[in-house]
Design a protein around this ligand. Structure first.
Ligand code: SIN
Length: 299
């Protein structure tokens, strides 16, 4: 008789508030992210009928996320998804840059198996912490027949990895999803091997249009230590103060790639005939930064 093989789920941990500890559990806002190891996070989280494998890929506050950590995470997600007996991957991550990591992984891997990212808004030792419940939901989501791709599982909701956005700084459910998010057709997507072979990630800086945006910051950096790319979060439909626009057009003439997004939370940028700088369509500014970075890796 053939014994039915137990499916495996891999939990990759990167830190965040879900792994955070408050010095005084009654004051959970005073805490340090990325303290509790993944094996301890899973204690008490029911996972009947599945075999859990765990790896501590990083242990950081996600405000400190870097290209090097993304490379490590990409390598481990790719490795585990290739194993036939692995049903899916769960990633624990801080909420602050989760949308960037989710966009990065979904764009590069487009996984046919489920990759559920999860998180918490309260540290692990706070009374009523949301981490264990979110982790349990993420483990359940990767077992749902037909689930696939990178998603974010938080506060009872599932968001597509390429559409999620942190839109509240402290409520228990900080995420919303944008509608109709598309990767801009003019931006190339590298293979995972190209991303992993990149010794230093391209440097893409993010600047914002605002009243009095005079472009001095762009000109100063171009003169001293020019980045490989600029993303600008424009006003409204990606519009720019004429001085900032002039500085970015000069940067473009010098060979630096420039991409316009909108500082509005929803809607992105729509094309206009007079456009002189290309735009990121439906992407938010931080997603546009990931997209331009990947485009530069692919060149
Ligand atoms: C972080 O992003 O690592 C800290 C904040 C959070 O997880 O909510």
């Amino acid at each position: 008789m053939n014994a039915k093989k137990t499916k495996k789920i891999v939990v990759l941990a990167t830190g965040g508030t879900i792994a955070g500890l408050a010095i005084d559990a009654t004051k959970p806002q005073n805490y340090t992210a990325g303290q509790v190891r993944v094996a301890d996070l899973l204690q008490g989280v029911a996972h009947d009928g599945i075999e859990l494998l765990t790896e501590q890929v990083a242990q950081i506050d996600s405000k400190d996320m870097s290209f090097a950590v993304w490379q490590r995470l990409l390598a481990r997600v790719e490795h585990w998804l290739e194993q036939e007996d692995v049903q899916g991957v769960v990633i624990t991550h801080g909420t602050d840059t989760l949308e960037e990591t989710a966009y990065f992984l979904q764009t590069v891997l487009h996984p046919a198996k489920p990759v559920a990212m999860t998180c918490a808004m309260l540290p692990a030792n706070a009374p009523g912490s949301d981490g264990p419940g979110n982790l349990k939901d993420a483990l359940a989501w990767v077992q749902v027949p037909g689930s696939q791709g990178v998603t974010v599982v938080c506060a009872g909701q599932v968001h597509a990895g390429n559409a999620v956005q942190k839109s509240h700084s402290h409520q228990r459910n900080p995420f919303t999803s944008q509608a109709n998010v598309m990767h801009p057709a003019h931006l190339r997507v590298p293979s995972a091997a190209q991303v992993l072979g990149c010794v230093h990630g391209p440097r893409v800086e993010l600047v914002q249009n605002h009243a009095g945006a005079d472009g001095r910051l762009v000109r100063a950096l171009m003169a001293q230590d020019a980045p490989h790319g600029w993303v600008v979060a424009g006003t409204g439909n990606g519009t720019l103060h004429h001085d900032l626009e002039a500085a970015l057009l000069d940067a473009q003439k010098l060979g630096t790639q420039v991409l316009r997004a909108s500082r509005c939370a929803q809607g992105g940028v729509q094309s206009r005939e007079a456009d002189m700088l290309s735009h990121a369509g439906s992407l938010t500014a931080v997603q546009a930064r990931v997209a331009l970075l990947l485009h530069l890796v692919a060149q």
